[in-house]
Write a protein that binds this ligand. Structure first.
Ligand SMILES: C[S@@+](CC[C@H](N)C(=O)[O-])C[C@H]1O[C@@H](n2cnc3c(N)ncnc32)[C@H](O)[C@@H]1O
Length: 261
């Protein structure tokens, strides 16, 4: 059912919705209800097929997906699209993998919408930096082996919108380090963390397609991980977890993967 705007309405509302890491069972009730009744859903590449299947079949569905080197829409174009759709429809959902505000550009999109006078609300999702390790049997904190955790982007590009990550300070300051988008830049990350004082035998786990039926893990040390990643041709999207918390891998049970899709 199309929910057209009342004549006196200036615009509809945009919901920045987190789709979680992939397993449809991790979608929040609020997210599921919104995608089921939206007029327009603009979604990212990492939103999983069973979650896309929950979208209102009457809704206009637009893939704004971005994967490394394959920007199907530039951020400015996506912001503009959200504004245009909100001016024509009552409920516009911007559906993002994980949580919209965790390395998801949700803050940028929200600011652009506010500036354009559009009403906007965030619906947090379960971020992959917590869920992927959890499904592999690695808690991101533990009283015995990890009282602090840092979530950091491993994407190497620093510039106008992002200062360079100070890996050496992170090595000193956090017991557990969770890296998003780190596979491509792994040699540099590993070398900087060791330069910051982490021992070469510090454990690291990479979890690829976490919570998906195809989830894969690779466990190594800072010294061996780059070679192992090359040997196994381990590719993005993956979360890296670094620190002695990784020693729980193989001790705590893994979650059953989601039903194949
Ligand atoms: C642009 S960031 C978006 C993060 C997202 N907003 C979140 O909260 O999970 C994309 C990166 O998130 C990580 N990622 C997202 N989904 C994942 C999954 N199911 N398994 C492993 N890593 C994932 C990967 O590091 C990927 O390169």
């Amino acid at each position: 059912m199309e929910k057209t705007l009342p004549l006196n309405a200036i615009s509809g509302k945009v919901y920045l919705v987190g789709a979680g890491p992939g397993d449809p069972g991790l979608l929040t009730l609020k997210a599921k209800s919104l995608i089921g009744c939206a007029d327009v859903v603009i979604y990212d590449a990492l939103v999983s097929p069973p979650i896309l299947a929950c979208i209102n079949p009457e809704a206009e569905q637009i893939n704004a997906g971005k994967r490394r080197g394959r920007h199907s829409k530039l951020q400015g174009e996506t912001n503009q699209l959200l504004i245009e759709k909100a001016r024509a429809h009552a409920i516009v959902v911007r559906l993002k993998g994980g949580d919209p505000f965790v390395f998801g550009r949700g803050g940028e999109e929200m600011a652009a919408l506010v500036e354009a006078g559009i009403s906007v609300e965030v619906v947090p999702g379960i971020t992959s930096g917590i869920a992927a390790p959890a499904y592999a049997g690695i808690p991101v904190t533990h009283r015995e082996s990890g009282s602090s955790v840092t979530f950091v982007t491993g994407h190497e590009a620093a510039g106008k919108y992002r200062p360079r990550v100070n890996w050496r300070a992170i090595a000193q300051g956090s017991e557990t380090i969770v890296v998003y988008m780190g596979v491509h830049n792994l040699p540099n990350i590993v070398s900087e963390l060791q330069a910051g004082g982490l021992a070469p035998d510090t454990p690291i786990a990479l979890i690829r397609w976490g919570t998906h039926p195809s989830q894969e893990e690779l466990v190594a040390t800072l010294e061996t991980v780059v070679t192992k990643v090359q040997e196994k041709q381990f590719e993005a999207p993956a979360i890296a977890v670094i620190g002695k918390i990784v020693n729980w891998y193989g001790i705590l049970p893994k979650n059953q993967p989601a039903t194949p899709w």
